[in-house]
Design a protein around this ligand. Structure first.
Ligand SMILES: Cc1cc2nc3c(=O)[nH]c(=O)nc-3n(C[C@H](O)[C@H](O)[C@H](O)COP(=O)(O)OP(=O)(O)OC[C@H]3O[C@@H](n4cnc5c(N)ncnc54)[C@H](O)[C@@H]3O)c2cc1C
Length: 243
């Protein structure tokens, strides 16, 4: 292990574009990797790791783990925004090495409640929910889950066919598009996720465990609305990334 963060070298074996969409769509890329030391890795769905291109670098960024702890690999879903770190990630090729910290974080999936879960994801905020859903599937768990997932355009939905597959396991999904015009063929919602939209679909939302992930404005607005409905602040699990 390298350094305080417990960095380990991983080998990237697959890189895939997950979105193709409109010119104003995000470019989200999946990076799949395996540890070079052949050892396993422990984490709880929802956690993140920090990625380093070189263990001696000061430059690193944190990313939610999108794979399940039951998988034999780690996957990260990363929006390439051409920033300091993502511009470097964009140059990576299959076979390249990358260094990953010990997984950590308090945003963890605890599938204990009898009343089910409510997952609220905006854009790339969907990444940790893939870890949770894959875990539920791999462990053959029966969970009553509602997922609200907002994207700019319908083409920006990540792994649509995989999400559709989870419907058979008890997943209800409400997709909402924020930039597409009204369209007779679109069966989902329009606009940002808000309390009214949630209530229209999930009458028992108060009794569910609520998990939120997305930009700061999205999370702050929804938390305020949930609190106004009597849900206690410390009962809302959230992961906020920057803007
Ligand atoms: C716990 C945690 C988990 C995270 N998980 C993920 C994840 O799973 N996937 C993921 O993609 N990111 C995730 N992030 C965000 C990630 O850590 C980086 O902040 C992000 O990749 C940008 O890094 P950068 O160095 O390329 O950008 P920087 O050089 O740091 O620049 C960031 C700046 O870019 C601008 N910016 C921010 N978002 C956008 C945007 N969408 N388009 C254009 N400009 C923008 C803002 O001005 C911001 O200040 C996570 C963050 C945290 C803290």
């Amino acid at each position: 292990m390298l350094g305080k963060m417990g960095l380990r070298p991983f080998s990237i074996y697959e890189i895939n574009d997950l979105t193709k969409g409109e010119p104003d769509s995000p470019r989200i890329v999946s990076f799949k990797m395996r540890p070079k030391d052949g050892q396993g890795f422990n984490f709880v769905p929802g956690m993140f790791s920090s990625l380093f291109l070189n263990p001696s670098d000061k430059l690193f960024r944190s990313y939610s783990i999108a794979s399940s702890p039951t998988d034999d690999h780690m996957e990260f879903m990363i929006e390439l925004i051409n920033g300091r770190f993502t511009s470097q990630l964009a140059k990576l090729k299959e076979g390249d090495e990358i260094f990953i910290s010990e997984p950590r974080g308090a945003f963890i999936y605890e599938p204990n409640g009898v009343h089910g879960d409510l997952f609220l994801a905006a854009g790339i905020g969907i990444a940790p929910f893939f870890s949770m859903l894959r875990y539920v599937k791999n462990r053959n768990m029966k969970r009553n889950i509602y997922l609200f997932y907002s994207v700019k355009h319908k083409e920006d939905i990540v792994n649509l066919s995989e999400l559709e597959e989870y419907k058979g396991l008890g997943l209800n999904i409400v997709f909402t598009v924020t930039r597409d015009p009204e369209n007779a063929f679109w069966k989902g919602e329009h606009g940002r996720i808000n309390m009214q939209m949630i209530q229209n679909h999930v009458t028992d939302f108060v009794s569910r465990t609520i998990y939120l992930c997305g930009g700061i404005k999205f999370v702050k607005d929804i938390v305020e609305e949930l609190k106004a409905k009597g849900i206690k602040d410390d009962e809302i699990k959230r992961d906020i990334w920057g803007e």
